[in-house]
Design a binder for this molecule. Structure first.
Ligand code: FE
Ligand code: FE
Ligand code: MG
Length: 170
């Protein structure tokens, strides 16, 4: 633990650690939901969508790294048991039980929207109080906003393709 680094935090550090661990748990859910989705996916454009899901999985794992590093820096412990992820995470784990590409896209878009809310809240909580965490939350938020747009753009392409009918003339 860095003592001076912890002293300059202008908010309750235990409360901050809870927020960081909640986000950390959500990142593992996001990582696994993407990772598994990319394995089981079926339907039109599945290779393009799987490539994006795999990329997002690695990016979610990196968010977990950023959060774990900050938790340790503040003298906390990243949640040690995956069993606790369900209680801590503000975002649900949405199991990819239906592998159809449109279903996976909708599930992961909902996950990104929850992540955007989570990091907006973390930024609001740390603004003018903990610049270091604020900056980490901004870095992650920028990527979650990008993720949402990537998936909605794929969803739009899929709707155009399926909605107009493959091989049909207009
Ligand atoms: Fe993330
Ligand atoms: Fe994301
Ligand atoms: Mg992307």
């Amino acid at each position: 633990m860095g003592t001076r680094g912890r002293e300059i935090v202008g908010m309750d550090v235990e409360e901050l650690l809870q927020l960081l661990n909640a986000a950390f748990a959500s990142e593992w859910f996001a990582y696994y939901q993407y990772w598994l989705g990319a394995k089981v996916i079926k339907g039109p454009m599945k290779d393009a969508v799987a490539a994006e899901l795999n990329l997002h999985a690695t990016e979610e794992l990196n968010h977990a790294v950023l959060l774990a590093n900050r938790i340790v820096q503040l003298g906390g412990t990243p949640v040690t048991n995956p069993r606790d992820w369900y209680d801590l995470s503000p975002c649900a784990y949405d199991a990819p039980e239906d592998p159809y590409v449109a279903v996976l896209l909708a599930q992961n878009i909902a996950g990104e929207q929850c992540a955007i809310t989570t990091y907006k809240n973390l930024m609001d909580a740390t603004k003018d109080k903990d610049m270091v965490t604020y900056n980490i939350a901004l870095t992650i938020l920028e990527q979650e906003v990008e993720h949402e747009e990537d998936l909605q753009s794929l969803q739009e392409d899929l709707e155009l393709m399926v909605g107009r009918g493959l091989g049909k003339t207009r």
